[in-house]
Design a protein around this ligand. Structure first.
Ligand code: ADP
Ligand code: ADP
Length: 226
């Protein structure tokens, strides 16, 4: 676990669009922070800069004690889940969950234990030997999340992870996400344009507008002072 600090970060795309404008935000250790706002307000760009997938035009980002501006994504101790989860189609759920750990040369017995633990948390135990094609959308998204948490990263970044699911599934996945966060306590940054999702999931919610921070507060206080 680690806090994430955004210190006056900017993003200017090559076309001249200022997607993120002097964003200052401290995400506390273990906090579930939601970035919310209308399409184009800079949420994804901000998240991608934290992940290192987008170069930062100005300012400073730190994860834990480390300034990560110049670190490649793989050298940042984070895991990401996107809306278009890419599972390996030829691998079973178990193999998908184990893949990242195998790459890191972790011993087999330890991999097995971690995979089982993640599968249990996400209700995936019955599906361990299935391939992605034989799973529902929600189950696939759970596998994507499992793959992210199994490494026990310092921070968990999610970009609209539920937006491809139908309304009913979104509601149940929200509950799963809250439970997961409660159990893991991992610092989480979650991007959505859905206000209900933001208010249900966030310990705090950061409202962005045209690349700038408009408000940041607990859901309750935002609800009381819109
Ligand atoms: P959101 O996630 O809130 O929808 P984005 O971060 O995707 O917002 O986009 C913020 C702004 O930056 C928008 O005006 C968008 O068109 C622009 N933008 C995003 N990605 C790029 C890019 N790769 N090149 C140029 N402009 C971009
Ligand atoms: P979202 O709003 O869910 O982030 P978008 O459909 O806006 O997704 O963007 C999808 C991809 O296109 C992203 O990689 C984003 O960086 C890129 N993109 C968005 N807007 C622009 C733009 N104006 N010019 C170039 N690339 C863009």
């Amino acid at each position: 676990m680690a806090k994430i600090v955004l210190d006056e970060i900017d993003k200017i795309y090559s076309g001249g669009v200022k997607a993120v404008d002097s964003l200052d935000l401290e995400i506390r250790d273990g906090e579930f922070m939601v970035l919310v706002g209308p399409s184009g307000c800079g949420k994804s760009t901000a998240l991608r800069m934290i992940a290192g997938l987008e170069e930062i035009s100005g300012g400073k980002i730190s994860i834990g004690d480390q300034v990560v501006n110049d670190l490649a994504p793989k050298d940042r101790d984070i895991a990401m889940v996107f809306q278009n989860y890419a599972l390996y189609p030829h691998m079973t759920v178990e193999q998908n969950l184990a893949f990242g750990l195998k790459l890191r040369g972790i011993p087999k017995s330890e991999i097995k234990q971690k995979v089982l633990e993640a599968a249990k948390m996400l209700g995936l135990e019955p599906y361990l030997s299935r391939k992605p094609a034989a799973l529902s959308g929600g189950q696939r998204q759970r596998v994507a999340m499992g793959r992210a948490i199994v490494r026990q990263p310092q921070a968990f970044l999610m970009d609209e992870p539920l937006s491809n699911l139908d309304a009913k599934l979104r509601v149940s996945m929200r509950a799963s996400l809250s439970q997961l966060h409660e159990r893991l306590g991992v610092t989480t940054v979650y991007v959505t344009h859905d206000q209900v999702e933001a208010m249900t999931l966030g310990d705090r919610v950061c409202v962005l507008r045209e690349g700038r921070l408009q408000q940041v507060d607990t859901p309750q206080r935002l609800f009381d002072n819109p």
